[in-house]
Design a protein around this ligand. Structure first.
Ligand code: UGA
Length: 317
């Protein structure tokens, strides 16, 4: 089957491409190499897919590219492209979030309108919940983001839904909960923690470290995304959460055990835009997608720690 992945050079997108290629699909990857982080890291993310005969890569920006030729023949489109990151989405940066998350999604939806695609999977975010009233949080909870980023992800998710409602676009959304693992973006917590720990520097903790996250290992997120492309669930939204909530302090204790390095920490003020807690009810994904997260936080953190050191030694001359 021919499929397309937007955001193919990103953290989750690059893993998704490899998984789809391994399953025998022809994969069209689309990415504009936005400057949110270094292009060289994104090129490294793509290397595995690029070496595959059934991978075709297009460097293109969804907002201004001529999309129909790029998407031609794709039966499934996985839309992961976007401007990520909760904390930098304030001030002047907001324009970029609106452009890359809302306008880009609208352009993609317009390009897919009336085409015979079988499924569009939109990569949504736990950040749409903001400070949720109930944990674990169900998909039916009132979304009330606490960051500008979350507002743009929610807007894009709603856009996807209304193209289903008005034009029959066969779309489904998944809401990822703080995904981690090899290739995690350099601005995200575990990448920053590992970099500081290795350099003997203080780990910067935003707030008291007692905030919780439902961290989700990347292979689990990818598996749920693929299941969302095949199950009979058009028009629905699914939480993809790793299966348990842990505090940032617990993560640091586990990282200390895994690395054998004593953590030095510096507590900074809590960051505007960060929800205090996230926690996913994953019953819907279990029941309707037949999906179950498999990788524990300790196992996943060990995998990311190993990858972090391997990729660093590869980069050193
Ligand atoms: C992550 C992604 O960055 C978003 O793109 C995504 O949309 C979101 O998950 C999601 O679930 O949808 P976040 O939860 O902030 O956002 O992920 P991390 O950067 O890994 O932060 C996790 C926790 O560690 C947060 O409470 C944050 O305040 C804390 N943190 C992060 C620190 O204490 N220090 C740091 O240096 C970085």
């Amino acid at each position: 089957m021919r499929v397309a992945v937007t955001g193919a050079a990103g953290f989750i997108g690059s893993h998704l491409c490899e998984r789809l290629l391994a399953a025998g699909n022809d994969v069209v990857g689309i990415d504009c190499f936005s400057d949110y982080y270094e292009r060289t890291l994104k090129e490294q993310n793509l290397a595995g897919s690029r070496s595959h005969d059934h991978f075709l890569f297009n460097e293109a920006d969804l907002v201004d590219a001529d999309l129909p030729p790029l998407l031609d023949g794709a039966e499934v489109v996985y839309h992961l492209a976007g401007q990520p990151g909760v904390r930098p989405s304030w001030g002047n940066q907001f324009d970029r979030y609106v452009r890359d998350n809302v306008i880009a999604t609208q352009r993609l939806l317009e390009a897919l309108k009336g085409t015979p695609i079988k499924r569009l999977v939109f990569a949504g975010s736990s950040s749409v919940y903001g400070d949720a009233e109930m944990f674990p949080t169900k998909e039916s909870a009132l979304p009330r983001p606490v960051s500008p980023y979350g507002v743009t992800k929610l807007a894009a998710e709603h856009l996807t839904h209304l193209y289903t409602r008005n034009f029959g676009t066969p779309a489904v959304s998944v809401r990822y909960f703080t995904v981690y693992g090899p290739r995690q973006r350099p601005d995200m917590a575990f990448s920053r923690f590992m970099k500081a720990l290795t350099a003997g520097k203080d780990i910067e903790v935003f707030g008291d470290g007692e905030q919780t996250r439902e961290f989700t290992y990347v292979s689990d997120a990818v598996e749920g995304t693929i299941k969302a492309s095949t199950a009979d669930v058009v028009g629905q939204v699914f939480n993809l959460g790793g299966g348990s909530r842990v505090t940032v302090n617990q993560v640091l204790a586990t990282l200390e055990e895994i690395s054998g390095i004593k953590v030095k920490r510096q507590n900074l003020p809590a960051a505007p835009g960060d929800p205090r807690h996230t926690g996913a009810s994953i019953n819907l994904a279990r029941e309707r997608l037949g999906w179950e997260p498999r990788v524990s936080i300790r196992e996943g953190l060990s995998q990311q720690w190993s990858w972090f050191h391997e990729s660093r030694s590869e980069r050193r001359p």
